[in-house]
Ligand binder design. Structure first.
Ligand code: N01
Length: 485
């Protein structure tokens, strides 16, 4: 069973089908494939990884219309890929997993869903890291009488044209939303807790000639992809290996502020106090111009409370609004998805990870959770390149595990605790010197204890190498019992 059908779950389904497997089902709570690209439909939603790299290696898309794809185009791509590979009939859409419990007696997962019960020999959790909206704990927010919604649950029925709107947050989502809606709203108050660093966004539509070349010239698309990949990998040197090199990137970002922001007071407000790269690097050419529109105000006083018709800041200023857009990110290290999974010792994954911190072996396997594999698991995220590359590495690893189970006639595999601990000690040793840890910021990369349990601290090809084969020696196994004759 696969849970979730975003980029990772869909890839797992396709690769299982390619191996000739027909004994699997994909449980998806949404009504379509796409995951985060199905859910994030806010105005301006687009990817910040170039299109030709942000695609499956087994389904390159010569038809990308821009260097950085917009949400709709990525969602259409994923729908097309799912259709082409014939895996849609293996999906159970609009069905949510309510509990998954390891049953020691049968060596299977007892999975309850809103669409009925299942027994699964293996569960592949592909629920994604950025899927559960985090709502801010601001006094009075529940009393707000106007329209209020999270950036990942955009209310397309809401009439923002001519309205007074507040956007809370200045992360990757907010910096796309604000320029996209600034023109149509009457007034836009942007509540910033921490200023982000921005780099230029070299986005443009591909010319007809380029698109023909992508389609017709053998190897042109693969070459473009390789060049983008190589350039992105170089960033690992600054972010993870030699964080002092981030100073060069920061010079570019600081110049961007000097070039694009005229007012010294606004310049001071938008200049971060932490090192670039510590939080996700944002790319936009529209953010600073939007903040300088006459109908937009960047508010840096902390929000003290929300009233039925207004946002009140700590200095006592009351700003009346009709709509509140909450762009405050996601529950990453404390996702509710971990509450519904119960392992061999009767504890949930959430309990396990609350104690140990979110950790796994190679991002894929957790001690105490036999026959369960994670895609986009702990420490497989990236601050610089395409998650699709990491996802394909993980899918390869998990598919090799399934093959090993069959070939060796194994009933269960469970990662050895010592293997997981050794792996994570080495990861944390590497992470301690990266900009994500030393850069002087807080971010969703870090858990409540300040440990980075989300990012991969090395080149992505190093991860590909580490996951090339399912390394059964790191696992405890049990054989299948032959049926009595
Ligand atoms: O969320 P975030 P996001 N009061 O967590 C602020 C991916 N993504 O949805 O920095 C006031 O980054 C918070 O402030 P602070 C990408 O991986 C990609 O924007 O914590 N403010 C921050 O400014 C990204 O990293 C793309 O001080 C509060 C903001 O809300 C990830 O998704 C596009 C607050 C949250 O920023 C998440 O991005 C979009 C409070 N109580 C997303 N709580 C692209 O590919 C939080 N904030 C382009």
């Amino acid at each position: 069973m696969v849970i979730g059908s975003g980029f990772s779950g869909l890839a797992a389904a396709i690769k299982m089908a390619e191996q000739g497997r027909t004994d699997f089902v994909v449980i998806e709570r949404g009504a379509d494939v796409g995951g985060t690209w199905r859910d994030n439909t806010y105005p301006g939603a687009a990817c910040d990884v170039p299109s030709h790299l942000y695609s499956y290696s087994f389904e390159l898309n010569p038809g990308w219309t821009r260097s950085f794809s917009q949400q709709g185009e990525i969602q259409t791509y994923l729908q097309g890929v799912a259709h082409k590979h014939g895996v849609l009939d293996r999906h159970r859409f609009s069905t949510e997993v309510t509990s998954a419990r390891w049953d020691e007696a049968t060596g299977t997962w007892d999975v309850q869903t809103t669409g009925g019960a299942y027994r699964a020999r293996v569960v592949i959790s592909a629920v994604g890291a950025l899927c559960e909206p985090r709502l801010p704990d601001i006094p009075g927010i529940e009393s707000f009488g106007g329209t209020v919604f999270h950036s990942a649950r955009w209310d397309h029925e809401a009439e923002l044209a001519g309205a007074r709107v507040a956007v809370i947050g200045t992360g990757a989502s907010a910096i796309q939303i604000v320029p996209a809606i600034a023109e149509q709203v009457e007034r836009l108050d942007v509540y910033q807790r921490t200023a982000p660093w921005l780099l230029p966004r070299n986005d443009r539509a591909y010319t007809a000639l380029e698109r023909t070349a992508f389609r017709r010239v053998p190897g042109f698309q693969r070459l473009s992809r390789a060049l983008i990949y190589g350039a992105r990998e170089l960033q690992v040197l600054a972010l993870a290996k030699h964080p002092e090199l981030t100073r060069l990137l920061q010079l570019v970002a600081a110049k961007k502020i000097r070039d694009e922001v005229a007012d010294p007071a606004l310049r001071a407000k938008v200049t971060p106090s932490w090192r670039i790269g510590c939080k996700r690097m944002l790319i936009s050419n529209a953010w600073y111009p939007a903040l300088q529109r006459p109908n937009v105000e960047l508010v840096t006083d902390p929000i003290a409370e929300i009233r039925p018709n207004a946002v009140v800041t700590a200095d006592g200023t009351v700003r009346e609004v009709d709509a509140l857009v909450v762009a405050t990110g996601f529950q990453v290290t404390d996702s509710p998805a971990y509450e519904v999974i119960t392992g061999a010792d009767g504890r949930t994954l959430a309990q396990t990870w609350r104690e140990s911190g979110m950790q796994a072996y190679k991002g894929a396997s957790v001690a105490g959770f036999p026959n369960m594999f994670f895609l986009v698991g702990p420490n497989t995220g990236l601050g610089h390149s395409s998650m699709v590359y990491m996802i394909e590495s993980q899918v390869g690893y998990v598919l090799d595990a399934l093959k090993t189970l069959d070939e060796r006639r194994l009933a269960t595999v469970e990662v050895r605790r010592e293997a997981m601990d050794t792996y994570n000690a080495e990861l944390q040793r590497k992470l301690a010197r990266t900009v994500w840890t030393t850069g002087g910021c807080g971010s969703w990369y870090l858990d409540a204890h300040g440990n980075n349990t989300t990012l991969w601290p090395d080149f992505t090809f190093a991860f590909r190498r580490a996951t090339r084969h399912f390394d059964i020696d790191a696992y405890r196994t049990s054989p299948r019992v032959a049926p009595r004759t």
